[in-house]
Design a protein around this ligand. Structure first.
Ligand code: ASP
Length: 338
């Protein structure tokens, strides 16, 4: 069934194609291409046809940001009509950020866009690269998927719900606030009710701008006044990672005037939780209701990765601050549960 499907693989770098060098692991384009040619399963009759384009230069994903997200988005947009699905081979470190960014940038996307990579390079005898790539290819050719996903270690996750959880396990990603879209065992088992229905509008790409935003993680003893100097009108948005359901330490009397000042300056403040599972509920405790009163908005159960990507996206789309605040508290690509 998948025989005639055509998939474009966009190779951005990451461990999957790296080789050992005197300076540590680094991406090696030609050798990676040669290694792929030596995997017969990639050319089997039941696999989709595929082509691969390389990003130049190939990068460790710690170096991937707005410029590269735009480049990947442009490659997808340029080939959107020619291919049935897309794979983005990517380093694991920032894969969840790129997946989140693409989910917002690709407007009315109706095709599978699957990010994958590996913890062990393909060139190693024992590796997770081979299975991640082969399964991602099958998923990218699957008619049921109409969204940006991340496939890794046997789980297909909604891209903008995913986070990297382990620096060394082969099951490195999870989406704790949204069940996996599919899991692989003997068969690939889909959770079909979790999948997006195809978008009906015309596909377009929203490029992102390098918007000045920040992330602050609160901790016991945090000296909020240290952050006062950065809360100028230059700062467009801040994601605050709070305790539990949106709580801040007792020295809130230091923080609240800073948040009020930021809100007056037009900075958008999103409250997220440091707990991977669960949601922010502003107002449950006194310590969190003060945040809302000071002008912050709730990120509910959004990941920090998705909150950052969403801020870039909404500002790049040229919306007013009021419109951005409103959309930060709405699910626009299934990134939060309201
Ligand atoms: N540092 C690598 C990267 O993110 C790690 C990996 O790919 O697993 O590019």
């Amino acid at each position: 069934m998948n025989k005639q499907k055509k998939i474009l693989i966009i190779y951005t770098g990451g461990t999957i194609g790296m080789q050992k060098t005197d300076h540590g692991l680094s991406p090696q384009k030609e050798r990676f291409h040669r290694q792929l040619e030596e995997i017969p399963e990639l050319y089997a009759g039941e696999m989709p046809l595929w082509d691969m384009v390389d990003m130049d230069p190939l990068l460790d994903s710690s170096n991937i940001a707005v410029r590269e997200w735009n480049e990947i988005g442009q490659m997808i947009a340029q080939h959107y009509e020619t291919y049935d699905g897309f794979i983005v081979l990517h380093g694991t470190d920032t894969m969840a950020y790129t997946a989140s960014a693409l989910s917002f940038m690709l407007e009315n996307n109706a095709k599978p866009v699957i990010l994958t990579g590996s913890q062990i390079p393909l060139c190693e005898i024992r590796n997770d690269a081979r299975d991640n790539l082969i399964t991602a290819l099958l998923l990218a050719a699957d008619d049921r998927i109409h969204e940006v996903c991340l496939y890794f270690g046997g789980k297909l996750l909604r891209g903008n719900r995913s986070s990297k959880f382990s620096a060394d396990d082969l099951i490195a990603f999870d989406s704790p606030n949204y069940l996996p879209l599919a899991e692989t065992g003997i068969e690939i088992r889909f959770r079909e009710e979790g999948l997006f229905q195809p978008e009906r509008g015309e596909f377009t790409l929203q490029l992102l701008k390098e918007i000045p935003i920040g992330v602050i993680k609160v901790f016991p003893g945090i000296q909020f006044e240290l952050f006062d100097p950065i809360m100028t009108e230059k700062l467009k948005g801040v994601v605050i990672e709070t305790f539990g359901a949106g709580n801040i330490p007792g020295n809130a009397d230091q923080l609240l005037p800073i948040i009020e000042k930021a809100a007056r300056n037009g900075t958008i403040i999103i409250v997220c939780s440091q707990c991977p599972h669960g949601r922010v509920s502003l107002g449950t405790y006194e310590t969190s209701s003060q945040l809302r009163a000071a002008g912050a908005v709730s990120g509910y159960d959004i990941t920090t990765e998705a909150a950052v990507a969403k801020l870039y996206y909404l500002f790049s789309a040229g919306l007013s601050r009021e419109q951005i605040k409103k959309r930060m508290e709405m699910s626009i690509r299934g990134e939060m549960t309201i």
